[in-house]
Design a protein around this ligand. Sequence first.
Ligand SMILES: O=C(O)[C@H]1O[C@H](OP(=O)(O)OP(=O)(O)OC[C@H]2O[C@@H](n3ccc(=O)[nH]c3=O)[C@H](O)[C@@H]2O)[C@H](O)[C@@H](O)[C@H]1O
Length: 432
Amino acid sequence: MSHLDNIPSTPGKFKMEKSAYIHRVRWQSSITKLTFWSLIILGSILIFFYRSPSSSPLSSDPSRRSLSTYDWGGPSWEKRVRSSARVRSRNGISVLVTGAAGFVGTHVSVALKRRGDGVLGLDNFNNYYDQSLKRDRQALLERTGVFVVEGDINDSALLKKLFEVVPFTHVMHLAAQAGVRYAMENPSSYVHSNIAGLVSLLEVCKSANPQPAIVWASSSSVYGLNTKVPFSEQDRTDEPASLYAATKKGGEEIAHSYNHIYGLSLTGLRFFTVYGPWGRPDMAYFFFTRDILKGKSIPIFEAADHGTVARDFTYIDDIVKGCLASLDTAEKSTGSGGKKKGPAQLRVFNLGNTSPVPVSDLVSILEKLLKVKAKRNIMKLPRNGDVQFTHANISLAQRELGYKPTTDLPTGLKKFVRWYMNYYSQGKKADA
Ligand SMILES: O=C(O)[C@H]1O[C@H](OP(=O)(O)OP(=O)(O)OC[C@H]2O[C@@H](n3ccc(=O)[nH]c3=O)[C@H](O)[C@@H]2O)[C@H](O)[C@@H](O)[C@H]1O
């Protein structure tokens, strides 16, 4: 029996004559507590130092940083960065791809790498949607020879370090907070990634020597409530219907100012509802597929008076071609040492498919491909940032980039469904 067993469990039963004994027990209990807390504090200090980059074998590099969960820096890390970004073809370019583990980022990185360009990925692997899908894309990139650095575009120290290690000729900036409807749930994530993150990236690019040329993802959503179709780059873009659209429009204005002040070459690409294999689970075609297969009902939006809601769905391979053509035709930035030396290129292109398809037709195509009847729940287009239709005029991209989409929605969805069935047949769960 331990001495602690002698202490009555009910405080009311404590007897005064036992005070000396109680004193001793209290004193022992204080010692125990002190020892306990000392161990906790000591343990925390040890864990802190163990996790801290400066205590690792890479600590000789003072630039090594850890931003909450991100670790980077050190000789072996730099070696991987350099090797991934090494150009392996004549006239190849070295590209920093932000958002590389994202849908478009993965496809673009693979395409660049395959043609011999140097490619380094950057991604913060956030949890906006299923992170395991991002990790699987990362594995695919690793197999192709693309190293994806884990970090955030808001980490200027990391960005500076990357430019110190590699004099990137180009940046393909695809890191963003995507999704139109999610902006009502988490507005600050849009400001963090699409505004602050963009500025952080441009700040580093403007000071880099040489300055890279930048191609980045804007969005068809900047056309907002416009009714004139098809949407042309000359049309007004001052009526965004969502915060997502507003941050992409803001990005275009920010691009203008960095081009004007610092001579950065900037090309914004207005993507029109991009879909395909390795796509985003938050997008309608993706979760419709999952829910049709599960026998769950799917909400299909319609406008007032049973008006059709339609999208100019654009297949990923066409988008990739547009991205590569934009990088290849991008002129050099003109500034150096953070100072503009002359006017620089500033462009905006629509990258769409030019044939809008009603959402109900998208569902019909999926039904045929999946051989399952969808449970359709027709509902009024909610006031959550969605617009009724999108339709791209691509003549500018056609002229300047040789952009010519070749995949229609049934063909593209067939490829998506084949990928989906294969990917999720491997025991993975299709959760958004
Ligand atoms: O072009 C862009 O710039 C954007 O494209 C994409 O946005 P959207 O065109 O809205 O795609 P997506 O959500 O797949 O909805 C498709 C259709 O299904 C309808 N839709 C949607 C959800 C639903 O439950 N029901 C429904 O009918 C919905 O009304 C719509 O008509 C990207 O997500 C965005 O990040 C951005 O890149």
